[in-house]
Ligand binder design. Structure first.
Ligand code: CA
Length: 80
């Protein structure tokens, strides 16, 4: 049940009311972009292929623009 999984995932998120997290929320080392490990903190089901697709310029970091594009496109989701 996708809806149930999504509801459960939201329930586990620390920030109330935030549907998606932001780069700043997950950027543990303050680099301004997210490497795969940082992105997996917010999106544990993320695969290497998904990360590569989200990292549009291939620099190994997902920046704000790439993050926003991925969330809007549905590429980056907590729903598996
Ligand atoms: Ca990038």
């Amino acid at each position: 049940m996708k809806k149930l999984a999504f509801t459960l995932a939201l329930g586990l998120m620390p920030a109330a009311g935030a549907l998606a997290q932001s780069v700043a929320d997950l950027d543990a080392d303050g680099s301004g972009g997210l490497d795969m490990a940082e992105l997996q903190v917010g999106y544990p089901t993320l695969s290497e292929d998904q990360f590569a697709a989200i990292d549009a310029n291939g620099d190994g970091l997902v920046d704000d623009a790439e993050f926003t594009a991925a969330t809007e496109a549905g590429t980056l989701t907590t729903d598996g």
